[in-house]
Design a protein around this ligand. Structure first.
Ligand code: 8YV
Length: 322
């Protein structure tokens, strides 16, 4: 293994997409870093230089698809900024023995906080009433009544690490929590609902916290939205791909659901024009983990995973085998 701190022979690391400035500076200190994002023609660059790189620093957003992995024949380690691995071809990497470091756990609190912020915002109309005050409409009369949150029913799609923190937040609001996963989790005190449509029919709020990727694509279908019903709210802090976005827009247009709080979209940062028109929808720019504290912790893990790999041959926190 090469020694990352020796100035003479730093491992060559490719960076896909921008990262935090402080993290980029640290990576440049420890590695012979090259930003693929600097290249006008990344394909041509990779054809010439791809074989030089042993490491790849990326993020949940930019990932590492099959084409990129194939263009890096000497690649030994990927370190990704984020918990989501849906943009990384994990199977292809692992088949080549490439280790993948990522950053779970440290973002659970902030993502759960954002989910809960969206629950309260859509139900109580916080963003909408802020627009109302700024537009001077209060002078003409009161903001319409909204929907209570405390004591309601919260359905969670994906009771994993983040989902369990959302459930704990919900207990502080005296909410009844049920969840849907592929399999029940015997370690949690919440009721398991084997059928997502039944969970949606039961819930006042359906919060999506599942992983992205092919297995969960469009799980929240037109039928699930219909089951959530005209008094139900949908929250998504997971991946846009989990929801059939076209069906969601249609459900909002027809009043099939009461409203939605969204942090993620099918084709970020592009958002369907029609979504922008609804006052009962809160739209966030994929910011759930974006606090100084959490992003610092994620950045530290990205660096630590790389340093550990080049020191010992093992990342500290690796994506489990696919
Ligand atoms: C970040 C995320 O937006 O961790 C994830 O999977 O989606 C978010 O925390 C992402 O890591 C930034 O690329």
């Amino acid at each position: 293994m090469s020694e990352p701190s020796s100035a003479m022979n730093k491992p060559r690391l490719l960076q896909h997409g921008r990262l935090l400035p402080a993290l980029e500076a640290q990576l440049a200190e420890h590695f012979d870093l090259h930003g693929l994002w600097r290249e006008a023609d990344p394909k041509a660059f990779l054809a010439r230089h791809g074989a030089e790189f042993v490491g790849l620093a990326t993020s949940a957003r930019f990932g590492a698809d099959a084409a990129l992995i194939d263009a890096l024949p000497a690649l030994k380690v990927i370190s990704s900024f984020g918990v989501g691995t849906d943009a990384i071809d994990v199977a292809r990497s692992q088949a080549r023995g490439i280790q993948i470091g990522y950053t779970p756990e440290v973002l659970n609190d902030c993502v759960a906080d954002t989910a809960f912020g969206l629950v309260i915002d859509v139900a109580r109309g916080l963003s909408a009433s802020d627009r109302f005050v700024r537009a001077g409409q209060w002078l003409q009369g009161n903001f319409p009544l909204t929907t209570r949150v405390s004591g309601k029913r919260l359905g969670i799609l994906g009771l994993g690490r983040i989902g369990q923190v959302v459930a704990r937040r919900a207990s502080g609001f005296d909410m009844d929590v049920r969840y849907h996963n592929r399999k029940p989790n015997p370690a949690v005190p919440y009721v398991y609902e084997a059928d997502l449509q039944a969970l949606a029919a039961w819930a006042d709020f359906l919060v999506v916290v599942s992983a992205g990727g092919a297995e969960t694509r469009h799980l929240v279908s037109a039928d699930v939205l219909a089951a959530l019903g005209p008094a139900g709210f949908l929250i998504n802090v997971a991946r846009g791909s989990v929801i059939d976005e076209e069906a969601l827009v249609h459900a909002l247009e027809t009043g099939a659901i009461a409203g939605a709080g969204l942090d993620v979209y099918a084709d970020e940062p592009r958002i369907p024009q029609r979504l922008l028109t609804f006052d009962n929808v809160v739209l966030l720019p994929h910011l759930a983990s974006a606090t100084h504290e959490t992003r610092k912790a994620m950045g530290d893990m990205v660096l630590d995973n790389l340093l550990a790999f080049f020191r010992s041959g093992q990342v500290t926190v690796g994506v489990p085998a696919a």
